[in-house]
Design a protein around this ligand. Sequence first.
Ligand SMILES: Cc1ncc(COP(=O)(O)O)c(C=O)c1O
Length: 425
Amino acid sequence: MEGRDCFRDGNKLYFDWLAVCIRVLYLDKREESFTMEICFSKRAERIEEGIFTILNEKKEALLREGREVFNFSVGTPDFRTPEHIIRAMEAACGEPENYKYALTDRDEMLDAVRMFYKKRFGVELYREQIMSLYGSQEGMAHIALVLCDPGDVVLVPNPGYPVFGMGPELMGAKCVGYPLYEKNHFLPDFEDIEEDVARAAKFMILSYPANPVCAVADDAFYERAIAFAKKYQIVLLHDNAYADIIYGGKVGKSFLSYPGAMEVGIEFYSLSKSYNMTGMRISFAIGNEKVIRAFKKVRSQIDYGIFLPVQYAAVAALTGPQENVLEQCRLYEERCLALCRGLRKIGWEVPDGQGTMFVWAPIPSNYTSSEKFAVDLAEKAGVIVVPGTAFGSLGEGYVRIALVYPVEKIEKAVQKIWESGILKA
Ligand SMILES: Cc1ncc(COP(=O)(O)O)c(C=O)c1O
């Protein structure tokens, strides 16, 4: 045997032996661990797969049957990310230095947020009042770590965007829902919140234009909210995800533009919907410096900073042309009107929405359950919507319809609903 072969055979023997050892030391134990009973946390067990999984399965089943499906359930915009944002991201991706840990928010990005807030909302900011997040979803999921101890009370809207309740609950807080009723234009009645709950509450989440109820708030509402927060020492968190999707010629404002807001709270401003950057995962928490400092401290233990090319894309979005944002708002309004008017024409009484990329539709009078109606609508018309109960108990009686198709396709879906006969059943 030549020396090299001898070496190769020696190596082979060594690797065979190593493989046996690995199997004995690791794989066998792994097999053992398959029989181990894993005890999950009560928090994890509280999370249910929920209606979104069921709707997705329904959609897949309809597609397998060769049916035409109109998926109005997900809030992912169908509009393109503006070209200048993609170019900025591309250029930054070409720089090897940008693949390192970002660690912090770049000053360029913080200054872009400052300039944007001044120009767009008339709000003056310091860099210390701004921090980035991997989307407002992530921010809402973690904020209770900053403001609450286990068992602390927080006020969340019912119906509301799911992470408003799920985030604090996962962090051990106790969520108390404040009701949003149609008769109150889906605004909370601060007088109605019980005194002991108000005294115990650490923070309250507000969000207008509102997902899923599609309402907007006026100046008087924000003034009342700030007075309430001051009276009971409650931090206000305003999610402004739909600041740029508001109809009827209105212009979305920032919560921080109201006197006293900076003392009592912070705002989440996401680039996801305004600039169609949902997948890039970037938004900002902005406002009260003490809250932002504490939030940064907590997040520094979780994360090493937003991917630098995403930070450069955010700069391009905030400092670049804003025509796309306005045009897209116009298109959402057109879609909203096409859907609501179309549904009314076929006998389904749906009021026009006021903002967001959704329509909040009361279920037809021949139904009493949102889930039953949503399932029937999928089966009979191939139209998939989210039952209101996915957003809280007071969502019963409604479904949420996402405006993610052009007008022609919306009209086709309305036609399918009519033809299905579901409104007469
Ligand atoms: C009210 C509201 N907040 C936050 C988000 C998520 O935003 P982001 O993509 O910044 O996590 C959404 C997305 O649908 C939303 O509707």
